[in-house]
Ligand binder design. Structure first.
Ligand code: NAD
Length: 322
C-alpha cells in the first residue's frame, strides 16, 4: 500500500485512489478489476455515476481471485441531493451498498450541498439534477443539519466507517463543524492549478478535515460537456510550465499535477481507463518537487471552477457561472 492519510475517524485513507466518474458501464467491471491488479486500493464512486453495480462486479472478481481482501480496499460512495431528506439517507446508502455488494462504505460523502426534491428510484435511477428528468430544478426544504444527522446515523449502524462532504465551500463546512457530533472526516473538492483553493485548504487543515482533490487534470474532464471555458484553456498536461517541470524531474506532466496536489497534503483520485496511465498516476508519490516548483504551479491559480452545478443547467454552457 502506498502513502495514506489518517482521518479524524481513526481510519487510514490511501492518498492515491481511482476515480469512477464517466467510466462506461460496459467496461467498468474490467476497469475496476484491472485497477486493483495495478495496485489501486481506493475507489471513488457515487450513485450519480450510474455504474456502482459494475464497480461491485470488478471488486467481487478481484476478491474472489484472492488479489485483495475487502479490508484492504477503501471504497467511497456519495449521497445524491434528491436523497438528502432525513428519512431518505439510509435507504440511499443501502441501495448503493447493495449495488456494490458491500456491507459498509469506508467513506460516504454528501455529494453536493443543497437538498433537492426526492425522486423515487423506481421512477429514475440515478436521478440526476432534474426533478422531471429534463430541466426542472426543485428544491427540498431539508437543511444540511438534518442530512448530517442522518449521515451520522449511518456510522452508528456500521454502514459507513467515515462520513464527509463534497463540493462544500468554507462557510458551509464551518456550518457543519458547528453542529456535527461526528465531524466530517473528509472534504472532496475540485482542485487543479487553475483552482488552488488556498483558503478552503487552510480551513480544512486547521479543522482536521482531510481533503481529496478531484479533476486534478483541470479542463480535460469537462471538454465532453462542451464547456467553453474548458475548451479555451491549454490542456494542463500540455501546459509549458507543467511540461518544463516534468522534464526537470524526468516525469510525465500528469505525475507532476498529482504530486503537486499530494505535496499540498491532499489525496487524489485520477481517472483513466488505460492501464499505462493508471500505472503512471499511481506511481506519482515517489519523488518530491522543490518548493519553488510547487509555488510556480500554485501561482497559475485563476479561480476557474468547472464542476459548478449551474454549468450543467444552462443551455449555452456559460462563462458567467464559471
Ligand atoms: P481527471 O481529472 O482525473 O481526468 C480527466 C481526464 O484526464 C481523463 O478522462 C483521462 O482521459 C485523462 N487522464 C488521466 N490520466 C492521465 C494521464 N496520466 N495522462 C494524460 N491524461 C490522463 O477526471 P475526473 O474524472 O473529473 O476526476 C477524477 C475523479 O474525481 C472522478 O472520476 C470522480 O471519482 C471524482 N469526481 C468527483 C466529483 C464530485 O463532485 N465530488 C466531481 C468530479 C470528479
Amino acid at each position: 500500500m502506498g502513502p495514506t492519510i489518517k482521518l479524524s475517524s481513526g481510519y487510514e485513507m490511501p492518498q492515491v485512489g481511482f476515480g469512477l466518474w464517466k467510466v462506461d458501464n460496459a467496461i467498468c467491471a474490467d476497469t475496476v478489476y484491472t485497477a486493483i491488479k495495478a495496485g489501486y486500493r481506493l475507489f471513488d464512486g457515487a450513485c450519480d455515476y450510474g455504474n456502482e453495480k459494475e464497480c461491485g462486479e470488478g471488486v467481487a472478481r478481484a476478491i474472489k481471485e484472492g488479489l485483495v481482501t475487502r479490508e484492504e480496499l477503501f471504497i467511497t460512495s456519495k449521497l445524491w441531493p434528491v436523497f438528502q431528506d432525513g428519512d431518505q439517507v439510509e435507504p440511499a446508502c443501502r441501495r448503493s451498498l447493495a449495488d456494490w455488494g458491500l456491507e459498509y462504505f469506508d467513506l460516504y460523502l454528501i455529494h453536493f450541498p443543497g437538498a433537492l426534491k426526492y425522486v423515487d428510484p423506481a421512477v429514475r435511477y440515478p436521478p440526476g439534477w432534474h426533478f422531471d428528468g429534463e430541466d426542472q430544478i426543485v428544491r427540498s426544504s431539508t437543511p444540511t443539519h438534518v442530512t448530517w444527522a442522518a449521515m451520522e446515523a449511518l456510522v452508528g449502524k456500521g454502514l459507513a466507517r467515515s462520513i464527509g462532504v463534497s463540493n462544500f465551500q468554507a462557510q458551509l463546512l464551518y456550518d457543519v463543524l458547528r453542529y456535527a457530533k461526528v465531524p466530517p472526516a473528509a472534504l472532496q473538492i475540485e482542485h487543479h492549478p487553475y483552482l488552488v483553493q488556498r483558503e478552503l485548504l487552510a480551513l480544512a487543515r486547521a479543522e482536521g478535515v482531510a481533503v481529496t482533490a478531484y479533476s486534478s487534470f483541470g479542463p480535460a474532464s469537462f471538454l465532453e460537456f462542451g464547456f467553453k471555458h474548458a475548451e479555451a484553456l491549454v490542456p494542463l498536461v500540455e501546459d509549458p510550465l507543467i511540461s518544463a517541470v516534468a522534464a526537470k524531474y524526468g516525469k510525465q506532466p500528469a505525475q507532476i499535477l498529482l504530486r503537486w496536489a499530494t505535496q499540498r497534503g491532499l489525496a487524489v483520485i485520477p481517472k483513466t481507463t488505460r492501464l499505462e496511465l493508471m500505472l503512471q498516476n499511481l506511481d506519482s508519490t515517489g519523488f518530491d518537487l522543490d518548493q519553488a516548483d510547487l509555488d510556480s504551479i500554485t501561482a497559475k491559480d485563476a479561480g476557474i471552477r468547472f464542476n459548478q452545478p449551474s454549468n450543467y443547467f444552462s443551455t449555452d454552457k456559460m462563462w458567467i457561472f464559471g
